[in-house]
Design a binder for this molecule. Structure first.
Ligand code: AMP
Length: 284
């Protein structure tokens, strides 16, 4: 694996690979790698000649400064895992490589409705930050296929929109969420949970599973209220539990029995904010 901290030498190598006809699969991350990240790298490995991973804790997407400061960093272990997974290139940029003109006058992106609901509503500015970093990374890497996790469902939709807005010809491949054996979605932030919080954390996937199982055509509010109550009983402070149209993320207070549905939740255990979602197949 070759490690790059600067854009120029990375682009020289990528250009050479492209001239040789090698396809490029790209997995952007914020590090503190776990099995979920590795599953994206595996998917990229299967479908491309070259796999590139980036590790960059993007300051512009953190609306909460303490979340940014406490974001876990495990670089040595990450590098070991990347070598084991046969990653070819690691991009570990300095902030100045991503934002050469600083972070104060960055462009804003017309992502519209997606920015006003769920993560967009509870984390103001977050998706602008995601677009800023992803636009820059996509322009640097010029990948054939970009691999992202369904764990961040709304983020995938935002990046899809970004690809349309910028007309960058990279194809987005969304990969399934990897879970711990008890069902908790793997996340770098899980390492910040105390043992007691870790035991409670599983409730978030349990309530989403219950919603998936119990959803019937008609009003959805009592199902969502029960879920919220269960989370509160387990010690969570809830931002939202929601049902939405899986194709466009329009919130559903009534399900017609036909629409493709995703159920999503975000809630805090202490200072740690967890998110999860599950797709509900109407054919159940
Ligand atoms: P992050 O490092 O949290 O920014 O995540 C980098 C990529 O890994 C994103 O595309 C995430 O959606 C994806 N990811 C995070 N957790 C999981 C998981 N449990 N299963 C699959 N993909 C994941």
């Amino acid at each position: 694996m070759i490690l790059f901290k600067q854009v120029e030498p990375l682009q020289q190598v990528l250009d050479k690979f492209r001239q040789e006809g090698r396809s490029i699969g790209f997995v952007p991350t914020m590090g503190a790698l776990h099995q979920g990240h590795l599953s994206l790298l595996e998917a990229a490995r299967e479908e491309n000649d070259t796999v590139i991973c980036s590790i960059f804790v993007n300051p512009t997407q953190f609306n909460d400064p303490s979340d940014f400061e406490k974001y876990p960093i495990t670089l040595e272990k990450d590098i070991e895992l990347l070598i084991q997974s046969n990653t070819n290139l690691l991009f570990l940029p300095y902030v100045s490589e991503i934002y050469p003109n600083g972070t104060s006058n960055l462009p804003s992106y017309a992502i519209g409705f997606l920015e006003t609901i769920l993560e967009g509503k509870y984390r103001p500015g977050h998706f602008q930050g995601v677009c800023q970093v992803m636009h820059r990374l996509l322009e640097i890497v010029k990948a054939d296929i970009l691999y992202m996790g369904q764990k961040d469902y709304q983020q995938c939709m935002v990046v899809k929109r970004l690809l349309e807005l910028t007309r960058i010809p990279t194809h987005l491949h969304t990969c399934p969420t990897l879970r711990e054996t008890d069902g908790l979605a793997m996340s770098s932030r899980n390492t910040r949970l105390s043992p007691i919080q870790r035991a409670q954390a599983v409730t978030i996937s349990q309530v989403l599973k219950e919603i998936s199982k119990n959803l019937q055509p008609g009003l959805t509010s009592s199902l969502l209220q029960t879920a919220e109550q269960k989370l509160e009983n387990a010690g969570f402070k809830v931002d939202y539990v929601a049902l939405a149209n899986a194709d466009n993320l329009e919130l559903l207070d009534r399900w017609d029995g036909q629409q493709p549905v995703v159920t999503l939740a975000a809630a805090y255990l202490g200072e740690v904010r967890l998110i999860d979602n599950m797709l509900i197949h109407s054919g159940k």
